[in-house]
Design a protein. Structure first.
Length: 264
């Protein structure tokens, strides 16, 4: 089940990617940290870092990631071997035989990419992942006290946002809302769901978002029914053909996010 995944990341240090056989920490068979050790090296561990603090492979190179620009990379998995390289270069800078170490080769892989957002007022979206072609469904988890903000946009500018969601907002993590653009320009709510405790500061909570035929839907992980839905295409009188994902934290709380990309 060979695959190759191309991605971009903008961060000061420590961009973490996990390869797993399902969406649990226990199923991780490779955790890769690009720009680790204060952006001085790339590290590979054979499972989740709290369980496997020992490093099995490393590449020493300062400045691989940058807080002010997106840097391109790729990762592939073939015959049990993980490789990581820079975008535009075919030669890998890091390689490790996970199959030999674990004495098995995964037949399907979930790729998890983790990101952090810092509280800001007004909040500023960090655009992650490469452009998504429609229709798409994206699974993710988030750990935050409240106000996990997501944006769908046609580019990486605030002006191109055509749907903004705030999960666990309001007073006391009690409601989730959707707006038709960045909230300072579009304070009116176009879709509302009232439910307390949707997000939590001490554990990752799973969600999904999809975009099909101009309709944006948000739901809980493990549930097919959406709790938030809105026809952005009808409102804006157009349907985006490619979508960028933005994440942010509001004024009072930081957030930790994990996004999953299924490869087969």
């Amino acid at each position: 089940m060979p695959f190759r995944l191309e991605f971009e990341v903008k961060t000061e240090s420590g961009a973490a990617i996990a390869l797993a056989e399902d969406k649990t920490d226990e199923s991780l068979f490779a955790e890769i940290r690009i720009g680790g050790d204060w952006n001085r090296k790339v590290l590979v561990r054979p499972c989740y870092y709290l369980t496997c603090p020992h490093i099995l492979a490393e590449h020493i190179e300062a400045g691989l990631v940058d807080a002010n620009e997106y840097r391109p990379f790729w990762i592939d998995y073939k015959g049990g071997v993980d490789k990581v390289g820079k975008g535009g270069q075919e030669e890998a800078f890091l390689e490790w035989d996970a199959g030999a170490y674990h004495q098995r080769v995964a037949t399907q892989v979930h790729v998890a990419c983790s990101f952090s957002t810092v509280a800001a007022n007004p909040h500023t979206f960090k655009f992650i992942l490469k452009p998504l072609s429609i229709p798409f469904r994206l699974d993710f988890t988030v750990k935050t006290d409240k106000d996990a903000a997501l944006a769908l946009a046609e580019s990486t500018t605030r002006e191109s946002i055509f749907a903004e969601m705030n999960i666990g907002g309001g007073s006391g993590n009690a409601r989730t809302v959707m707006r038709s653009c960045y909230y300072l320009e579009c304070p009116d709510v176009v879709s509302l769901h009232k439910e307390e405790g949707l997000v939590n500061a001490n554990e990752y909570r799973p969600f999904w978002i999809d975009y099909k035929g101009g309709v944006v839907r948000v739901g809980k992980g493990g549930q097919e029914e959406a709790f938030l839905e809105w026809d952005a295409g009808a409102h804006h009188q157009r349907v985006a053909t490619q979508v960028r994902i933005g994440i942010a934290s509001w004024a009072s709380t930081n957030g930790d996010w994990v996004f999953y990309k299924f490869c087969e």
